[in-house]
Design a protein around this ligand. Sequence first.
Ligand SMILES: *[C@@H]1O[C@H](CO)[C@@H](O)[C@H](O)[C@H]1NC(C)=O
Ligand SMILES: *[C@@H]1O[C@H](CO)[C@@H](O)[C@H](O)[C@H]1NC(C)=O
Ligand SMILES: *[C@@H]1O[C@H](CO)[C@@H](O)[C@H](O)[C@H]1NC(C)=O
Ligand SMILES: [Zn+2]
Length: 609
Amino acid sequence: MLYDPSSYANINDVQTTHLHLDLTVDFTKKVLSGSVTLDLVAVVSDVSNVILDTRHVDVRSVHYGTNTSLKFSLDPDDERFGSALRIALPSSLQTGTKFKLTIGYQTTSACTAVQWLEPSQTVGKKFPYLFTQCQAIHARSLVPCQDSPSLKVTYSATIRSHYRALMSAIGTGESEAGDGYKVYTFEQKTKIPSYLLALAAGNLVGRQIGPRSTVWTEPEVIESAAWEFADTEKFVATGENLLTPYEWRKYDLLVLPPSFPYGGMENPCLTYVTPTLLAGDRSLVDVVAHEISHSWTGNLVTNANWEHMWLNEGWTVFVERKIVGRVEGEAYKQFRSIIGWRELEDSIKQFGSSNPLTALTPNLKGVDPDDSFSSVPYEKGFNFLYYIEHIVGGPKYFEPYMKAHVENFAGKSITTDDWKAFLFSFMENNYGAEKRAVLEKIDWEAWLHAPGLPPVRNEFDQTLAKACSELAERWDAARNKTTFEEFSPDDVKNFSSLQKVVFIQRLSEYPPLPQNAIRELDRLYQLTSIVNSEIRFRWQELCLLAEYEPIFPHVVKFVTEQGRMKFVRPLYRLLNRCKNGSELAKKTFREHRSFYHPIAAGMISKDIL
Ligand SMILES: *[C@@H]1O[C@H](CO)[C@@H](O)[C@H](O)[C@H]1NC(C)=O
Ligand SMILES: *[C@@H]1O[C@H](CO)[C@@H](O)[C@H](O)[C@H]1NC(C)=O
Ligand SMILES: *[C@@H]1O[C@H](CO)[C@@H](O)[C@H](O)[C@H]1NC(C)=O
Ligand SMILES: [Zn+2]
């Protein structure tokens, strides 16, 4: 039995095997219109109806086979899960029966998967832009479908657009279609879960950056994007070395406009990344290593539903840090792990340490997966795997297991129980009963089900973090002084960008500094003027915690020139909490609401309005 608390689809009766999209991108009306054809198979006997997921899409018709029109109805909309589309089949079907349904539909302005950008919201300011974002459960707002990661489908698409279209698939052709339209065709031959459907269209140009990689973006930023992501192939090759040959043929990157709400999205063949990674110093490309890692964990081995998201994200952070460790060195990997732990602490503090959503495998019945999104599946998941690697004897034992995990589960969707059973059997079969005994001693209940911080705190090497902590400690000790002669710009001269991030993070663990200390900190280290988005974020956060009002205009500027939720949500929340910032936060958000992606706008609105 398949189980998915976030889907209405009757996935235990019928299952989609292939999906074909036939859509026209209408930039004037801001709609996608056309049809989807689903290849389905009955998996039990006497199947008389098909229930699909939808969300704010306008369903026009349903056909069985080529020309039998079917009756359908839409349930009332639920703001968490959308609206079930109920389709009555012409006769009840027996196990194994294959059939096609074609659903004529168009999107509406309320569709949460689709963002239409005005030319003014793009870098070039001349052409409109469209992009979709389906994770976790927004695919149903792009296309009526069985929107559950427990099922995987191949897909193909025919897209008519005035501007270049790209998808999470291999492009198979483009031709003129009259009226200024071009037709782009795509094919994804490896089975994917619905949340990996992706479509973007706009004034896009490509530049090859590796044997299987092209970076796509608006022409104005193509140079800097090609430079920033030049190491992409090195990461893919390292992933292959660690795991299995790369499955998806192409690894392209699409650098999105600034409102893209995430750091990256692992759409197969076409990773999406935020332009806030364009730091000019390649210091933020870990996000690319992360998305590349999803090529194996997430895209090949997929969580069966969002309660098991850590199998996607915790595993991917673990693989990402293995790759980064091999490419950049072990000290850097350890340093990243320390930063990750701090992000985990932040998330748990934000939710409250007894909140059930901070468990590694939360119960999501009735919960919108967007509301449960946090660092927990990423960093608690990473720490769990790191801990298991350590207790079974280190990489010598664990890395062969990682490869076997991918080989065993490639093409499948799995639960935590599936994962655990294979871990036990691999360890016992390959290394004997003593490894099994080691695994049995793990506090499984606390790791998997208890809220709050994990039951074990891993030790990470402090080499790169030490200087950051020491400098933060000195500032804390000097907090009551009126002059700060003991500090100078040299304090941070040798710091990498990430060390600056960690220095500021550490400082924000102390009670807020007095205003004159903040002013000195900025004068000496020139923090307000740094453009690296991670440093900028941490610095503005520190200032807001101290209610340092001179930072307000800089915060407003940052949260209105990009819409990445990692940055804008905490900054809006903190500004809103400042005595004199609350009005400014609300006013800024109301004025710029249409700039944000629908998912981000929804979350910020819940946070501060
Ligand atoms: C700074 O002053 C406050 C209030 O007088 C005091 O409680 C605190 O201990 C002082 N901190 C340091 C580091 O001297
Ligand atoms: C910075 O690094 C240089 C070269 O490694 C070294 O000579 C210098 O002492 C360092 N400065 C500080 C403040 O640590
Ligand atoms: C807020 O604004 C008022 C009036 O401009 C000012 O007096 C006060 O110092 C500001 N800061 C805080 C934290 O209240
Ligand atoms: Zn991820």
